[in-house]
Design a protein around this ligand. Structure first.
Ligand code: ATP
Ligand code: MG
Length: 358
């Protein structure tokens, strides 16, 4: 590690290998990650244990998705020379810290977590979700604190998990490092605390919606790998065209001359998020409201916009698809490096908890 790397603040972020990266990941987190690589010592985690919370019966799929995510990371511009990509299941310190941290969190506190509630509803987990599913926010606390991370770029659904991370870090520092509970978050380490109180860095769009119809509560669902409503960063132009053409829009507008609603309409949410031509958007929205432009014309324009963003990523990705040996090597080297850092944190945590005996 160079002197320059040592001085950079740490950043941790990651994804569950439940599928490939989509546009929601890009605007929610990945765009920030790519941009922050120069100024932060970045650790990007592939949360394959977390994937088992909903996919324990599909191990081959999880395995395949780890490789898919790796290729996505390299294709969007995560640079292994500057950043470390690693696999959650190979970092024993994360599992050990998860067990210790689980003592810090009252069980009812986990059940009140709004993201957990949303996921149980939106992923149709019913009442038989595994105990490990409820443990994943605490495992995420360990993912972040194992690297003494100062900032985490994430989408809006992660805000409750970030708050939990701060609560655990504050309590740990107060209980075991003697930090005064009145200390400002930014000063915890200066006051002798082991863990920084992490900052949440939200993306330019905190929660991108998917291409499908609203959920059972009438709200548009977030774009998600698990909900079959995503446009992936690896989709070819034909697939993008099909997805946009089938996109949910204003259900009351049956023909181009009907007046349309722009608000809460995925077609316009996507234009607002991705189309740089704001003058066209404003004019087209007015015509849409008046029934003077068809859905198809607006969709064609959106297809061009999305293909222009995704196609260069897809083409870079196809090079890595032909060099899986390199892709695996990057993951292995990153995991080895991450293990050293996390193991050191675990020792310091045990020391603080007076549980280092030998
Ligand atoms: P899953 O459906 O398996 O939960 P996901 O699509 O929600 O998958 P995650 O791996 O859970 O993706 O999330 C990875 C990161 O991407 C998180 O920081 C999350 O907040 C962000 N993210 C995911 N979906 C969106 C979205 N639609 N808008 C903004 N950010 C998102
Ligand atoms: Mg998710």
């Amino acid at each position: 590690m160079t002197e320059a790397t040592k001085q950079k603040p740490r950043l941790v972020s990651g994804d569950t290998p439940t599928g490939r990266l989509h546009l929601g990941h890009w605007v929610g987190s990945v765009e920030n990650r790519v941009q922050m690589q120069d100024d932060y010592d970045c650790y990007f985690l592939i949360a394959n244990i977390q994937a088992f919370t909903t996919r324990m019966d599909k191990p081959a799929e999880v395995h395949q998705n780890v490789m898919e995510l790796m290729m996505d990371y390299l294709a969007v511009g995560i640079d292994p020379k500057r950043s470390t990509i690693f696999l959650q299941s190979e970092i024993a310190a994360i599992a050990e810290l998860t067990v210790f941290f689980s003592m810090f969190v009252p069980f009812p506190r986990v059940m009140r977590n709004p993201t957990i509630k949303d996921e149980i509803r939106d992923k149709g987990l019913g009442e038989n979700y595994p105990f490990g599913f409820l443990l994943y926010p605490i495992s995420q606390v360990a993912d972040i604190l194992a690297f003494l991370s100062q900032v985490v770029p994430v989408g809006e659904d992660q805000i409750p998990h970030m708050e939990l991370t701060r609560e655990v870090a504050r309590r740990f520092n107060q209980l075991y490092c003697g930090v005064d509970p009145h200390t400002e978050d930014a000063d915890y380490q200066k006051q002798g605390g082991l863990f920084p109180i992490v900052e949440t860095k939200l993306g330019r769009t905190r929660r991108l919606i998917g291409t499908g119809a609203p959920g059972s509560d009438g709200n548009l669902l977030k774009m998600s790998k698990s909900l079959n409503n995503a446009i992936f960063l690896s989709d070819d132009p034909d697939t993008i065209k099909k997805k946009v053409m089938n996109m949910y829009t204003d259900p009351n507008r049956l023909k181009a001359t009907d007046k349309g609603t722009v608000e809460n309409n995925p077609l316009w949410v996507f234009h607002d998020t991705f189309n740089p031509d704001t003058a066209w958007i404003e004019e087209a929205k007015n015509r849409y409201r008046e029934g003077a432009i068809g859905d198809v014309e607006c969709k064609r324009c959106l297809i061009d916009v999305l293909v222009a963003i995704i196609e260069p990523i897809r083409q870079r990705r196809s090079q890595f698809e032909h060099d899986l040996h390199y892709v695996k090597k990057v993951l292995q080297e990153g995991t080895e490096k991450a293990n050293v850092v996390a193991a050191k944190t675990l020792l310091l945590a045990k020391e603080a908890m007076k549980q280092r005996y030998f």
